[in-house]
Ligand binder design. Sequence first.
Ligand code: TYD
Length: 204
Amino acid sequence: MILKNFVVFEGIDGAGTSTQIKILQARNDAERFFFTTEPTDSETGKFLRKMLKGDVKLDPRTSAFLFAADRNEHLYGNSGTNCGIVEKASSGKIVVSDRYLFSSLTYQSVTCGEELPRMLNSTFPLPEILFFFEIDPEISLQRVDSRGDREIYEEVEFLRQTEERYKKVVDEYEKLNTGMRIVRIDASKPIEEVSAIIARELGI
Ligand code: TYD
């Protein structure tokens, strides 16, 4: 199922999704949008952030369950300021999320295999548009390093595997004809070029 008015940005760490969301937030017509992220700012999301920093060590499968639980809260719950996006999208806001289930299908499939993340995410709605930021992990890690501390997944070999998986997952969705529009972006391009592509695709 496609959730109308729902737009998702995906890519490995340092691909530039957050930068592009900031550019949208600075627009004059920003009130048309609701900007959100995964992990969310609910308690589940906060716990996931501790795991990402390396403060809590979890079995990789436990993380896969938690990312899916946080996603359910993001869609349907109200335990965080950015939760309940299905209702927001239905009320006419364009919901733009930095990461969604494609992150689980890639990152968690690298850490605990493909089957569990696929199963846990099979019932969630798909966005109307998926922007996939493609980038060489060497370039993305340079960007990550220029902004400070690395998280546990921010390591070149891991990101290389993740980038590969992302490409496979997006290829698969392209063949599936789900009705979701997929826009692949060369994220090594200058920031302004990428934001122009996004604005054009969003028709804004
Ligand atoms: P990121 O989006 O880079 O946020 P920040 O810029 O605040 O660090 O970090 C989120 C991390 O969580 C990123 O490494 C990907 C990971 N992640 C998963 O592994 N699975 C998921 O389902 C989601 C949503 C994120």
